[in-house]
Design a protein around this ligand. Structure first.
Ligand code: SF4
Length: 84
């Protein structure tokens, strides 16, 4: 199991673009105006993605992405413990 897990509470995303600006290696803006995590596992409810999850061993700048998110819809877990 990877050390870190990033979660994106996508329904809460307001599409400000901050995550994609600080961590473009991991985050990009989708056509519908919200952001996505590259290569994430998506959980859908009907047609809507309600959660994206990505596990990784090197967090890189994802903590910055979570910190700049104005609606706190990016969450980071380290060994199962929530950091933000
Ligand atoms: S910073 Fe937060 S609200 Fe802005 S696009 Fe990224 S996830 Fe969405």
């Amino acid at each position: 199991m990877a050390t870190f897990k990033i979660e994106h509470d996508r329904p809460a995303c307001i599409g400000c673009g901050a995550c994609a600006a600080v961590a473009p290696e991991f985050w990009y803006m989708h056509d519908d105006g919200k952001s996505d995590i590259k290569g994430a596992k998506a959980t859908k409810k009907g047609d809507e993605i309600i959660l994206e999850e990505l596990e990784l061993d090197d967090l890189k700048n994802n903590m910055e992405a979570a910190e700049v998110c104005p609606v706190n819809c990016i969450h980071i877990f380290e060994n199962g413990k929530k950091k933000i």
